[in-house]
Design a protein around this ligand. Structure first.
Ligand code: UDX
Ligand code: UDX
Length: 462
């Protein structure tokens, strides 16, 4: 089929490249011409594993083209995907102006009976409003607008597109639903379920799915705090509850709070939709507050436990909101670093991919391209992103370079006992020192290898 994609961000590029791999002819337009020029040479403006290679290969085969003219991009398309941003507004609602302006741009050049698909996350009812907008502009109601929400995690976006748990198609007429079912046949033929529903239900499914996943994270972070106060171990508790098939293991990793371009924005928009429609989403309202507070609380813990209230140096490892992306939108680092700076702490920051993006949003930070250099002279090292690069850190080398000795492992990457063996004081999430001593004992056949610093247990009580 002939496909047009408007908006060459994470979602647009992933959609375009994956559909180009499935024998479709795909054209992509973006309002940002410098982005398009770069893309036409096979260079990606974002880091997403596998996507650059796949873009180049699709360009070489001629299956993918970047177009600086929106008319040229959409005029012969059978399906047009809208994947422009829907950023958050200050009051929690989302900004739909890019969707509206993209719809206005494409309305006249579309050939009759084209299917427009909104893949960006939009509030329930948007598809119908955009269908009206296009019909008014064309003075004809021949264009249908469908919802096809994305469930693409940054870092594994291509795999999520090509091998999803399900595809959700929201269409308000059978022809539109059939066209999208045909488009996705290469995936559904492999046994992936396509749920066909109304546009409104599809829009609600997207928000409810992300809100539920975010709730799992918020829940496990709360249970992790309880573990800290009760000498429990969150790894074992999460394992125990995840073994129940009704709960499952995914999205039960505790951490510094969820970030990214979706969960924070989507939970706020979902809560706002609930309030505006007389159905307050109380769990989600509480979750939003908990997630915001979590970052401030972790910053206070770093200051208290690292004896840093009078200032000092801290190495922050990890600026991206999660591993395998250079995206820093709503990243925990963006909230925690300013808290430390306010207390007079000098921050030395490292990230394998996200420094360029973080630089625009943070000031007075020492940027280092090597985690060991970041740790040089630091009283404490704080791990905020679960990059594999950090899992492999040589603890002995880290300990030698630091001026202090506390390792805040807010992604639970390390074995506390191993950290202690290298003379560092370990502070993880939901794993107090006493619990790790017990595990250490059983793993070492009943012998203690190295006792952890006793003060670590008290840190979480602060
Ligand atoms: C997408 C969705 O838009 C968002 O709703 C969803 O929640 C997450 O996925 P993402 O792909 O991350 O967002 O967006 P972003 O990386 O910001 O890219 C959006 C692209 O659209 C940019 O390249 C921007 O230049 C382009 N754009 C924006 C247009 O082409 N036209 C516009 O009018 C506005
Ligand atoms: C999310 C959705 O998962 C995806 O379906 C799509 O709608 C876009 O938004 P993304 O934001 O890329 O994807 O990342 P995700 O893996 O969902 O993680 C979101 C945040 O939650 C990250 O900050 C991550 O570190 C955090 N997280 C995730 C946890 O803290 N614990 C977990 O167990 C999982």
């Amino acid at each position: 089929m002939k496909i047009a994609v408007i908006g060459a961000g994470y979602v647009g590029l992933t959609t375009a490249v994956c559909l180009a791999q499935q024998d479709n002819a795909v054209r992509v337009y973006d309002i940002d011409s410098s982005r398009l020029e770069k893309l036409a040479t096979g260079k990606l403006p974002i880091f997403e594993p596998g996507l650059e290679k796949a873009t180049r290969s699709a360009l070489m085969r001629g299956a993918l083209k970047f177009s600086s003219s929106v008319e040229e991009c959409v005029r012969s398309a059978d399906i047009v995907f809208l994947t422009v941003g829907t950023p958050p507004l200050a009051d929690g609602q989302i900004d739909l102006s890019f969707i509206r302006s993209a719809a206005r741009q494409i309305a006249l050049p579309l050939k009759p009976a084209t299917v427009v698909v909104i893949k960006s996350t939009v509030t329930a009812g948007t598809c119908r409003k955009i269908a009206d907008l296009i019909a008014r502009k064309r003075k004809a109601a021949d264009i249908t607008v469908a919802s096809n929400p994305e469930f693409l995690r940054e870092g594994s976006a291509m795999a999520d597109f090509l091998n999803p748990d399900r595809i959700v198609v929201g269409a308000d007429d059978p022809r539109t639903a059939a066209i999208l079912a045909k488009l996705y046949r290469p995936i559904t033929l492999r046994g992936v379920r396509l749920l066909s529903t109304s546009t409104r239900n599809a829009e609600l499914i997207k928000y409810a799915a992300n809100a539920f996943l975010a709730l799992k994270i918020g829940f496990i972070n709360d249970v992790a705090e309880l573990c800290e106060h009760m000498d429990g171990d969150i790894a074992e508790v999460a394992e125990g509850i995840g073994l129940d098939k009704r709960i499952g293991h995914s999205f039960l990793a505790p951490g510094p709070g969820f970030g990214g371009s979706c969960f924070p924005k989507d939970t706020r928009a979902f809560a706002m939709t609930g309030r505006q429609n007389g159905a307050p989403q109380r769990l989600i309202e509480t979750l939003i507050a908990q997630n915001d507070e979590r970052k401030a609380r972790l910053a206070s813990r770093i200051l208290n436990a690292g004896s840093l209230s009078g200032g000092g140096k801290v190495a922050v490892l990890g600026l991206a909101f999660k591993a395998n992306t250079d995206d820093v939108r709503e990243s925990p680092a963006l909230a925690i670093i300013p808290h430390l700076q306010k207390a007079g702490v000098r921050v030395r920051a490292h990230d394998p991919k996200a420094i360029a993006n973080a630089r625009d949003l943070l000031s007075d930070v020492d940027w280092l391209d090597c985690p060991y250099e970041a740790a040089r002279g630091a009283q404490a090292v704080v791990i905020l992103t679960e990059w594999d690069d950090y899992r492999c850190l040589q603890l002995r080398r880290l300990a030698r370079l630091m001026s202090g000795s506390t390792l805040f492992d807010f992604r639970n990457l390390f074995d506390p006992a191993e950290v202690a063996e290298h003379g560092l004081r370990y502070v993880g999430i939901g794993r107090p020192a006493a619990a790790s001593r017990r595990r250490l004992k059983s793993r070492a056949g009943g012998h203690m290898v190295a006792p952890l610093d006793k003060s670590a247990a008290a840190i979480w009580q602060s």
